[in-house]
Ligand binder design. Structure first.
Ligand SMILES: [Zn+2]
Length: 289
């Protein structure tokens, strides 16, 4: 892998102004961990971002299924705000059981959103990511991959056109590096965006360890102790805990390339060239009749 890595640096200004991306994850804490830095970077560089969550997260949160659905839903809105997303969508498929849903249903819902939002770029799971144990992840990734090209085909769901949503091919993809051993060809510099990544992770309290710092601070206080690292309030404790204990892998990904923090992705560029082969050939070779 190592010889084909591109390092995507932070860019000045807003080179992506006018472009739209959708980050599609299954669970509250997927995007914050796998791609929080990238999403903050893309938005800073001019992209409009939308955050789509496919599962209902009912299995995580420490409460009943209904309580977990609610806490994850509320925290999802906070995660999106922390990273600068324009809006969130939640599909509420049953958590951990997405390999038994209709992939066509999921795909069709994504196609409608990609057309409606005019999505240029997606950030999601590697659809073929080996070593992936969570069915919600690969089911989501595969449906996104199919929807990316099919959203541009006018004969798929032609009623969308009658509803005013033109075909729209999604041409760029960033697939998460979610498990060790999954492929990646792009390392994204996120040093300038790590505070936002931390802001998004501390909102993941139902799952994702966002409140571990304040919990540890309270536990120590009961024993008559404190850690200077955790400061004097819960928010400071949560942020400090994330920075100290939960970002090691992103520091390691960066260190290999001389960066403070980085995230890894498998990036695919399907943007058409400015001029097609045929156009170029005609330009060079056409003669008068
Ligand atoms: Zn997940």
């Amino acid at each position: 892998m190592a010889e084909n890595i591109t390092v995507e640096r932070d860019q000045q200004g807003q080179p992506n102004k006018g472009k739209v991306f959708a980050a599609v994850h299954a669970h509250l804490d997927d995007v914050p961990y796998y791609a929080g830095g990238l999403c903050a970077k893309l938005i800073r560089e001019g992209y409009t971002g939308y955050l789509i969550r496919t599962s209902n997260d009912e299995k995580r949160g420490g409460g009943t299924a209904a309580e977990n659905i609610l806490s994850n839903e509320q925290e999802h809105v906070k995660v999106a705000a922390a990273l600068g997303f324009a809006d969130t969508f939640d599909f509420y498929y049953q958590n951990h059981e997405m390999n038994n849903i209709s992939s066509l249903d999921l795909r069709a819902r994504l196609i409608l959103l990609f057309r409606m939002l005019k999505v240029d770029t997606v950030v999601t799971f590697n659809p073929w990511g080996q070593l992936e144990e969570n069915p919600d992840h690969w089911v989501t990734g595969r449906a996104v991959e199919e929807a990316c090209w099919m959203a541009g085909v006018e004969t798929d769901y032609p009623e969308h056109m009658e509803a005013g949503h033109a075909p729209k091919t999604v041409t760029e993809r960033y697939y998460f590096y979610a498990r060790p051993g999954q492929p990646y060809n792009r390392v994204v510099e996120i040093g300038a965006h790590v505070e936002k990544k931390i802001d998004s992770i501390v909102e993941c309290r139902a799952q994702g360890g966002g409140n571990e710092g304040s919990l540890l601070r309270a536990r120590l206080a009961k024993q008559g102790k404190r850690l200077p690292l955790l400061g004097n309030d819960d928010r400071t404790a949560d942020r400090a805990y994330v920075r100290q204990f939960l970002l090691d892998r992103y520091q390691e990904f960066g260190a290999e390339h001389g960066l403070s923090y980085a995230e890894r992705f498998f990036y695919i560029d399907h943007r058409p060239p400015a001029k097609s082969k045929v156009e170029e050939y005609v330009e060079r070779n056409a003669v008068s009749l």
